[in-house]
Write a protein that binds this ligand. Structure first.
Ligand SMILES: Nc1ncnc2c1ncn2[C@@H]1O[C@H](COP(=O)(O)OP(=O)(O)O)[C@@H](O)[C@H]1O
Ligand SMILES: [Mg+2]
Length: 355
């Protein structure tokens, strides 16, 4: 539905230039919820604005549906209003001189497609109901909290029932409880309408909760693009591994016979790439196994609990293992100063080249 090929966007200021988008290729399916995830400054907003037609790329092509909307090489560029997209941005652009109802109705009344008065009313009230603003239709927009204004912006984008919805951190101005509610609402709505969504966030949990696929971005490039579970379980680099969830990293050197000398001691781990020498060994906190006494199995170490935080369904601990601090998550109880044995199962370890 959205196809981006070899996109390049350079911002120039004086003698400096930033490659905000540095050769990005992504394809978003017809009904796909596609998330761009990355730290601030990684190029997410720029990519979204290029798709929206709010920025003119310096290289590459963008197509929406089967239509080319932008091609730098062919000097072709369609403006935002010609692309038929719904958009919700971080700074809620709600018109202050209108009521909530008028704000949501605006694109229906003024857009390229004509709607009957009854249709407009039905769509607006329906969209407001969906974002839980049903009772506030007649309120002037300035008399709303920031969170409510953002929900008006969301209702306005949904009321048009676009085939493609672009969203840039639409939840960042909402408080925590509402954020989860609106997040789930966005997911349900996108499924129900069967639309393609290109969604920007720096929040890993949000990305995993919403996405069919996530593209992890850094410095204007896509590091890896995959479904959330795949990114979490098979990250292609240390950077992606660290970005998706918490992880323990051990510096190590591959020695002969497939063993790795690490900060903890020798570890057994399948080394698939014979060129690997200096490595980072990664293991997720929930993948570390605990036993009260030594089992004699490989990759087992004595551990002491430094601190523990009870979070209801699980306890998060910092362990001291051969002088190294490891993060550990368990459903069992673990109190400070408690001693036991931990095992790093070889099949759970990930290896990355370390420079
Ligand atoms: N209008 C602009 N002028 C100059 N540089 C910009 C502009 N917009 C973004 N940038 C730069 O482009 C890079 C990517 O920014 P952005 O797309 O906003 O990242 P993100 O949304 O991931 O935080 C950053 O280095 C940012 O400073
Ligand atoms: Mg941004």
């Amino acid at each position: 539905m959205i196809s981006v090929k070899n996109l390049l966007k350079i911002y120039k200021s004086g003698d400096d230039s930033v490659r905000a988008i540095d050769g990005v290729t992504i394809d978003v399916g017809e009904h796909e919820f596609f998330v761009l995830l990355g730290l601030s400054g990684s190029g997410k907003t720029t990519l979204l604005r290029c798709v929206a037609g709010l920025e003119r790329p310096d290289g590459g092509d963008i197509a929406i549906g089967n239509s080319l909307v932008s091609s730098a090489e062919r000097h072709f560029f369609l403006g935002p209003e010609e692309r038929g997209l719904g958009m919700v941005f971080q700074s809620y652009a709600v018109w202050p001189h209108m009521t909530v109802y008028q704000n949501v109705a605006f694109p229906l009344v003024n857009g390229p497609r004509k709607h009957s008065a009854t249709d407009v009313k039905k769509r607006v009230l329906n969209a407001l109901e969906l974002v839980q603003l049903g009772g506030l239709a007649d309120r002037p927009a300035p008399f709303l909290s920031g969170g409510q204004q953002q929900r008006v912006a969301l209702a306005r984008a949904l009321a048009v029932e676009p085939k493609v919805l672009l969203m840039d951190e639409p939840l960042s101005n909402l408080d925590a409880r509402l954020r989860e509610e609106v997040r789930d609402e966005i997911k349900n709505l996108s499924r129900k309408f069967g639309i393609a969504v290109l969604y920007v966030t720096h929040d890993q949990v949000e990305a995993m909760a919403l996405a069919d696929r996530v593209a992890v971005m850094s410095k204007g490039k896509v590091l890896q693009c995959a479904p959330p579970r795949h990114l979490y379980e098979v990250p292609s680099s240390r950077e992606v591994c660290e970005f998706l969830g918490s992880t323990n990293l051990l510096d190590g050197v591959v020695s002969n016979g497939g063993k790795i000398e690490t900060e903890l001691g020798k570890i057994v781990c399948a080394v698939s790439d014979p060129k690997l020498k200096n490595v980072s060994v990664a293991i997720r906190p929930e993948e570390i196994q605990l036993s009260p006494s030594a089992t004699g199995l490989e990759n087992e170490f004595a551990a002491e609990v430094l601190s523990s935080t009870f979070l209801g369904e699980l306890t998060v601990c910092d362990l001291l293992v051969n002088g190294k601090k490891l993060r550990f998550k368990t459903t069992q109880s673990a109190a400070p100063a408690q001693r036991f044995f931990v095992r790093l199962p070889a099949d759970k370890l990930k290896l990355f080249a370390r420079s």
